[in-house]
Design a protein around this ligand. Structure first.
Ligand SMILES: [Zn+2]
Length: 137
């Protein structure tokens, strides 16, 4: 008999494993998206990383102040995992902020097919204990 396993796509403070990630989740609950910045070389990460991918130094969290982005790329998901099957088909998009940082999230309010280069706006969705970020058009 096959066992169904699903990728966990949301964020919940119940599942935080490090103080760094806990801080990220608590900010998200207040609809603040945090990025991280390397204390040594200044590289930035979104979603945040605790340690720099380039020099392995510690990173610190800072609020992502950019809210507007452009659609860099997207995929239409026709066959979703069970937890998202009621939403299929849906669009997962990579938005690029003016700073060059990119973020992958769902676009939840599309009325037509997306177009690369179209403007996106960062949004949040709260359901009980879980807050997620998303793109809005
Ligand atoms: Zn670094």
């Amino acid at each position: 008999m096959s066992e169904h396993k699903e990728l966990y796509l949301g964020y919940s403070t119940d599942k935080a494993v490090t103080p760094f990630f806990q801080d990220f989740l608590e900010a998200l609950e207040q609809e603040k998206l945090m990025k991280s910045k390397c204390t040594s070389c200044g590289a930035e990460y979104l979603p945040p990383r605790q340690h720099c991918q380039k020099c392995l130094s510690e990173c610190t969290l800072t609020e992502m102040t950019e809210k507007e982005a452009k659609l860099y790329s997207y995929v239409v998901v026709e066959f979703a995992p069970m937890s998202l099957s009621s939403k299929q088909p849906y669009v997962v998009a990579i938005g690029e902020f003016p700073s060059g940082l990119r973020l992958t999230a769902h676009i939840t309010n599309l009325m037509a097919m997306p177009e690369v280069g179209m403007p996106l706006r960062l949004g949040f969705e709260a359901k009980e204990k879980m807050v997620t970020y998303k793109w809005l058009v």
